[in-house]
Design a protein around this ligand. Sequence first.
Ligand code: SF4
Length: 314
Amino acid sequence: MTAPLLQLDGVVKRFGRAPDAVQAVDGVSLAIAPGEVVGLVGESGSGKSTLGRLVARLADPDAGSIRFDGQDVTHRQGRALGPLRAQIQLVFQDPYASLNPRDTVGRAVDDPLRVSGLPRAERRDRVAWLLDRVGLGGGFADRYPHELSGGQRQRVAIARALALRPKLVVCDEPVSALDVSIRAQVLDLLAELRAEFGLAYLFISHDLAVVRHVADRVAVMHLGRIVETGPTARVWARPGHPYTRALLSAVPRLHPRPGAERMLLEGDPPSPRHPPSGCRFRTRCPLAFDRCAVEDPPPVDLGDGQQATCLLAG
Ligand code: SF4
């Protein structure tokens, strides 16, 4: 097996102080291979974005370890983070918020190159090439973000993310704010860039149809924990965790599978401040039984790289 590009082991992130601390990420282990797309799904508040920020080292973990490209980067701080920041980039949901309205498009894409110390002439060529590569063309360099459509702004954000030739891009809901007609174009662009540059993506989305389209593997997050992982096609065909089944039930299907039961999630997720004992999904799980209140289910291997943390899995 190829050595992972990213390896998280038992990563924890808390906000606030005990006894009311929120364990936003609670012992997450996850690996991403070079060039692999891992989709991270779950309801809002499940900890997906916090995990993305930990991966990009925009937040420090409270426990666990993060390895990137063979090196332990868990405790890197300050200037030592510089080379890592070049290797791991982020693309956010709202490109308008991530672009400075006073900077031209050219300046926004040039910014990381300038910080890296590249000579001016090389930077100019590279900015023109990047804008061209994301389908905008060098003519956009003098425009301002407010003159662009949402899709064009997201293309600028992608060009900027690629400026320093990263190995991993954390895409946090990258198409959720875009019109449906534009989404497919931006997803196609991300797929082309992945193939061309061998990029790996951590693709965070609440939209399972999008994740099905882009991800090689999927990780399902619930209340700060990963409750299922596996190859996307396999998880879609045979979800091992009731939470995954419920999320998939909510996705409209053109051709519903005969015999597939729908499982609807009722009520809000429990507070991450005071998660239920035992299995954290038990208060909404239609299959819960007495052991679920006292046993914290370990991951169960379901074959072909699929795992689910449910006492009934396997
Ligand atoms: S362990 Fe119990 S409560 Fe948790 S998902 Fe499985 S059946 Fe449901």
